[in-house]
Design a protein around this ligand. Sequence first.
Ligand code: ATP
Ligand code: MG
Length: 253
Amino acid sequence: MPASQIESNNLEDRPSIIKLTNISFSYPGSKTRVLDCLNLDIRTGDRIGMMAPNGSGKTTLLHTIMGLCKPEEGGIEVLGSPMKTEKDFTRIRSRVGLLFQDSDDQLFCPTVLDDVAFGPLNLGYSRHQAIDASRNILKNLGIEEFEQSVTHRLSGGQKRLVALAAVLAMSPAILLLDEPTAGLDTAVKEKLIHILKNLDITYFVISHEFDFLSAVTDRVYSMDSGKILTDDEIHVHHHEHIHKHGKHPHVHK
Ligand SMILES: Nc1ncnc2c1ncn2[C@@H]1O[C@H](COP(=O)(O)OP(=O)(O)OP(=O)(O)O)[C@@H](O)[C@H]1O
Ligand SMILES: [Mg+2]
C-alpha cells in the first residue's frame, strides 16, 4: 500500500492544535529520514491513536512536535502559532503535555508530590496552589497514597501514573501520550481507559495495543516510510479463522 498523506484541506471547522507541514528529519550523522515530508493536523476534540512498528518514528514525531528534534525541512504550528525558535517552543511546552515513553525521562524530583507540583510551580502557581492542584490530580488518578513516596522507588506502572499526573497538572491543551499502557497491568489499564474517556481534552496516543486504542480513540493512524497513514489507508481488524493447528500457538504469515 503506498504511503499517503493526510489531506490538508480538512473539512472540519475545529481549530488546529498541532499542524505539521512537510516535515523531514534525520538524526545527526544518519542519512535515513525518520520523518519524510510528513503532514499531520490535530484539531480540538480529536482523539487520535497511532499504531506502527517499532522504529517507524513515532517517538521522533512527538519529540519533533515538542521542539526536541529539529526538522531539516517543513513547518510546525502549535495552537495556531508557527514554531521557529527555541523561545517559541519554550512558550508552548506547558500547553502540550508529552507523556514520555520512558517515565524516568519525565520524573526527577525526590517525591511524587514534588514531581507533580513542579509544572504548576513553573507556571507561576504559589506553593499552596501547586500542592492543592497536584493533590487533586493524584486523587483523580487514585494514587493519592503515593504523595510522599520516593518517585524512583515506585514500580514502572506506578511511575507511569505519576508521570501522567505531572503532565495533567499543567492543564495542557493537548496530551501526547507515548505508549501510556506499557508495563501496566489489566486493572491499571482499565483505570487509564476510564480516565482518558472522562477527560475533556484533545489527545494523540501511541500504542501497540489495539484494544486500548479502540477504547480511547476515534481513529487510528499508522506510520510508514516517515509518513503518516490515515485510517482511510489502514484497516486493523480481527477475524475468526479455522485451521488444522487447533489450540497450539501459531503464527500467521
Ligand atoms: N537519539 C537517536 N539517535 C539516532 N537514531 C535514533 C535516535 N532515536 C531514535 N533513532 C532511530 O530513529 C528511528 C525511529 O525511532 P523512534 O524511537 O522514533 O521509533 P518508534 O516508532 O518510537 O519505535 P518504538 O515503537 O520502538 O518506540 C529508529 O530507526 C531509531 O533507531
Ligand atoms: Mg517510541
